[in-house]
Design a protein. Sequence first.
Length: 343
Amino acid sequence: MNDTFLRACRGEEVEYTPVWLMRQAGRYLPEYQAVRSNVDFLTLCKNPKLAADVTLQPVDILGVDAAILFSDILIPVEAMGMRLEFSEKEGPVLSEPVRSKSAVEKLTIPDVEEDMPFVFDTIRILIKELENKVPLIGFAGAPFTLATYMIEGGTSKNFLHTKKLMFQYNQVFHYLMEKLTDSVISYLSAQIKAGAQAIQIFDTWAGILAPLDYKKFAFPYVRKAISELKKEGVPIIYFANNCAGILGELKKVGDDVLGIDWRIDISDAIKKLGKKIVVQGNLDPCALFLPKEKLEERVKEILWKGEAAKGHIFNLGHGILPQTPPENVAAMVEAVHTYGRKK
């Protein structure tokens, strides 16, 4: 197996900078669209064979250095007792948003193997298929990001309901976060036991918080989850979107790798984090629309700046966009492998 990604996660010496992409199995690939033409998104997530097939597509097509499980961060939220639907226009929709103590009380901590068996069946298929290829990354949403979806009932522009619950009924909010943290720990532990060789925790909405509020309402819970999951012995990546204002807290979260979004120069992030942290990122997803020569320049700049960290894994600063030309993605991966060679 090509274990370059795993060694980079641990800050070990590698022959080249490894690369994978958030949402690398997705709508920008015609091969993925062919599968989706016959099945809706949630059904695809719950069909182990199909989910495994689309997980493998970018590994075979692009030559990335890691596979990431095809699923959705809201799968465990559904298992906690909320009704989940996906709309092509609106994205995820959760019925009866959680905005009271009684609503939190109704939520259950899932028996993950019993309530979400398809996730672990998918992982077991993938571990066999990837045996001589690359490692598999499992993942979950961070407690705070999951809470926002549950409180808002979906995505939001201003997260008014989330912040009202935080500020006006903070005991209820903390109660919800405690349940979510326990669920995330259980869910990711089971993914590791099923075979995932690394895990990523997505905190997509961490950046909506003021630094003071991140420290109070989000940080303690993700730190607890990471502390418990460290016992499993696999690398843990924490991706906090829009992270520039909270880097001071992020350096204390306890992960092995910190994912950086594109809104901050990666060299500035490394200076603030210190040279003892492995970083991941951070090409703007829209940079994949640049001409090949300009794209290569961006890649080389990030690779050069990433050398200042303890270790560097190349990635986008957020998920790849559905409109992205696959040939541009392939060119980016090739550029990373070409210019990321260690001398």
